[in-house]
Design a binder for this molecule. Structure first.
Ligand code: SF4
Ligand code: SF4
Length: 86
């Protein structure tokens, strides 16, 4: 297997997380009225939980990938992200 192919497969593999979001609220909430679409959270999320919507604001495209790493909400300049689990 080529390095590029194995890297791609590793990137697509769901991360290990102790959280099961299937029975509860989503991993994080985004206050879209506070969000200014800076995309910092989308860029920083190590597991690609977010995708931008048509306005550039984050949507939870892959919530099951969230590891509660804290990066998105501690770096959001508008305090628009809160965790439902921490
Ligand atoms: S970091 Fe905050 S303000 Fe920036 S896109 Fe994400 S939620 Fe919106
Ligand atoms: S807590 Fe970490 S893994 Fe979860 S959405 Fe935010 S940056 Fe991504």
């Amino acid at each position: 297997m080529s390095d590029a192919k194995s890297t791609e497969q590793a990137r697509r593999k769901p991360p290990q997380t102790k959280y099961d979001y299937s029975q509860g609220p989503p991993p994080v909430e985004i206050n879209l009225s506070w969000c200014k679409a800076c995309n910092i959270c989308i860029a920083l999320c190590p597991t690609q939980v977010f995708e931008p919507d048509r306005d550039g604001k984050p949507v939870l495209a892959r919530p099951e990938y969230c590891t509660q790493c804290t990066l998105c909400w501690i770096h959001c300049p508008d305090l628009a992200i809160t965790s439902n689990y921490k």
